[in-house]
Design a protein around this ligand. Structure first.
Ligand SMILES: [Zn+2]
Length: 225
């Protein structure tokens, strides 16, 4: 090998060594250890909504869940089991099934260890937790949530309104809404006709809807009447 070629090769090798190494994805143990810090950061951005009856009603539907003072239809689910639900999401959940589906979806991400399975690097974790996982993992969480609801006697077809509302608003991506195409796929998975009998709304859900009613204009726009 001639000298100039060798020095070129050496220079290339030195340059390659100076590139920052690819950040490794978090393991489940890493994700669990980092969860308290993520929770602190998320709550610094959107604090807990201070309303004892709303908090108690949410506890009745999802023990341990935090009600967030956030007008967006947001939900995050940390690997350590903490779920944060924005008041903006409760406002748009037009049926109890829609809210339960959102909560079950978050719980599925936790149970299926999606932060680790998505190979999420630490620097990207908060973005993934708040704007959504790769579509395949979102689908997996959704299928798990549909089955979870059914086991508890709720029909996912009655949850479809929320996806239609989110698609009509076409807001920013979240764990519950990536884009219109994903909303349509989720809606299709829920089914269009409920096969389980309807259930009366729980006192907890009615309390939440008194505090955060779904605007009539949104409801009628979605139903098309
Ligand atoms: Zn999700």
């Amino acid at each position: 090998m001639s000298l100039p070629r060798r020095s070129l090769l050496l220079a290339g090798l030195v340059a390659a060594c100076q590139l920052p190494p690819a950040e490794p994805g978090l393991t489940q143990a890493d994700a669990l250890a980092l969860s308290p810090g993520w929770r602190a950061q998320l709550l610094a951005a959107t604090p807990v909504y201070q309303n004892p009856s709303a908090a108690a009603a949410l506890q009745a539907l999802a023990p341990g869940a935090l009600l967030l003072d956030d007008p967006r239809p947001q939900l995050w689910a940390l690997p350590d089991g903490t779920i944060g639900v924005a008041r903006g999401l409760i406002r748009l959940a037009d049926t109890e099934e829609a809210l339960l589906m959102a909560l079950a979806h978050g719980a599925a991400h936790i149970r299926l260890e999606h932060v680790a399975r998505a190979n999420t690097p630490a620097t990207n974790a908060l973005a993934v937790l708040t704007t959504g996982y790769p579509a395949a993992l979102e689908a997996e969480a959704e299928i798990e949530a549909i089955a979870d609801l059914r086991t508890r006697g709720f029909d996912a077809a009655r949850a479809a309104g929320l996806q239609r509302i989110l698609a009509a608003l076409d807001g920013s991506a979240s764990c519950l809404y990536l884009d219109r195409a994903e909303a349509a796929r989720r809606h299709a998975r829920y089914g269009t006709t409920a096969t389980l009998p309807p259930r009366a709304a729980s006192a907890a859900f009615l309390t939440l809807k008194r505090l955060f009613p779904t605007p009539r204009a949104i409801q009628s726009g979605i139903r098309g009447d």
